[in-house]
Design a protein around this ligand. Structure first.
Ligand code: NAD
Ligand code: GLY
Length: 369
């Protein structure tokens, strides 16, 4: 089923850019060609996505006489490292790419984050386009300019704010996404409802099955509404001095899960889901939300097939891992908590005992997700 292409603007002055969302946008030369300054471009992708979508992107580029060099990386969160980043630099230098050569990231959030970081660094910044192919990357990581690699001590610790010039979210790429990845993407979709869009949360409660069945109209609506929320937040607070931190609901706990278990063991979205339940549990224990809200939150994540309890790493280990969080200020942990469904706050008032209490209440899982 074809959906009408919808377009959003991320309003960032001279760094503003468009997000096109629809089926088949990858094959529309008129959407991408105006953003490519040279007859040469580089497509960074991975071994899973390349056989699926590389040819289609290359043939779109060829229609504008653009020859694109593919850089095909190993697939997985465990490869979001310096070593893999260097493979991109090797390819860029080997092909004598210039400062004005465009780097196109074709893949999920791992490729987008790494490709974006490479683009930010190469010759101090080259043009960059995001072509996200997972639900998670279409609703979140491709928008807003956060780019990074992981460090063994902490997730996304080395990176840069670097905005793309264009985002092309082709909904038809979601047809090949494994179910587990689709569900992981739903964690970030639900996040927008929880932090700032209560009507969207209600819509999700009514339409979750349609999303799980990959109904194109439902997916188009969810991707568009998620991106509209993200674009508003990023336009208001590009470098996370305030409101943007709220996009990290569940992420401080989630990043601890990902780092603590070893990258790739739990998917990012799965860790965010369990992390969101810990944040909701803490909000409830502090009397900020009621049991009714906590139940609704748990129910929607369960229906999405996502974990609602975290791994039992131990409260002290969680705190140690969380001490590297990027929201720590003057040594004090700040957490995104809930005051209601649709209202999040950044707060440092929870004590270590309260945080450990919520972690231990919610982190009981001993096996794999
Ligand atoms: P991912 O990039 O690892 O992709 C998930 C899996 O799906 C991979 O195996 C990938 O090869 C495969 N895949 C991608 N597209 C496919 C398709 N169309 N069909 C079949 N398989 C496909 O994971 P993700 O969930 O997309 O992204 C997670 C990453 O994004 C994490 O590293 C996280 O830190 C980052 N992230 C960044 C931001 C940001 O603002 N920059 C926000 C959220 C998450
Ligand atoms: N995913 C969090 C952010 O973009 O700020």
């Amino acid at each position: 089923m074809q959906t009408v292409t919808q377009t959003l603007d991320v309003a960032l002055g001279e760094r503003s850019y468009l997000i096109h969302i629809g089926t088949g946008v990858l094959s529309k030369p008129e959407l991408i060609l105006p953003y490519i300054a040279q007859k040469k471009a580089v497509v960074v992708t991975n071994t899973t996505v390349a056989p699926l979508y590389l040819e289609s992107l290359l043939s779109t580029l060829e229609k504008g006489g653009i020859e694109a060099l593919p850089v095909v990386l190993p697939d997985g969160e465990q490869y979001k490292t310096w070593e893999t980043l260097n493979l991109i630099f090797d390819a860029l230098l080997g092909a004598r790419c210039e400062r004005n050569t465009t780097l196109i990231a074709l893949g999920g959030g791992v490729i987008g984050d790494m490709g974006g970081f490479a683009a930010a660094c190469y010759q101090r910044g080259m043009p960059f386009i995001q072509v996200p192919t997972t639900l998670l990357s279409q609703v979140d990581s491709s928008v807003g300019g956060k780019t990074a690699i992981n460090h063994p001590m902490g997730k996304n610790m080395i990176g840069a704010f670097y905005q793309p010039r264009l985002v092309l979210a082709d909904l038809s790429t979601l047809d090949t996404l494994p179910d587990r990845e689709l569900k992981a993407g739903l964690a970030e979709v639900i996040k927008y409802g929880l932090i700032r869009d209560p009507d969207f949360f209600v819509w999700l409660e009514g339409n979750l099955e349609q999303l799980l069945l990959r109904d194109k109209a439902a997916l188009a609506y969810a991707v568009h509404r998620s991106c509209a929320n993200k674009a508003e937040v990023v336009a208001a607070d590009e470098r996370e001095s305030g409101e943007r931190a709220l996009l990290n609901l569940g992420h401080t706990f989630g990043h601890a899960i990902e780092t603590g278990l070893g990258y790739g063991e739990w998917l990012h979205g799965e860790a965010v889901a369990a992390g969101t339940l810990i944040a909701a549990e803490l909000s409830c224990q502090m009397g900020w939300i009621g049991n009714d809200a906590l139940d609704r939150i748990e129910k929607i994540f369960v229906r999405a097939g996502l974990p609602v309890v975290g791994p039992a790493l131990g409260g002290a280990r969680y705190l140690e891992l969380m001490s590297h969080d990027k929201k720590v200020q003057d040594g004090k942990l700040r957490l995104v908590l809930l005051r209601g469904i649709g209202e999040a706050v950044l707060s440092d008032v929870a004590s270590a005992e309260q945080i450990v209490g919520a972690i231990e209440a919610r982190c009981t899982q001993t096996g794999k997700v």
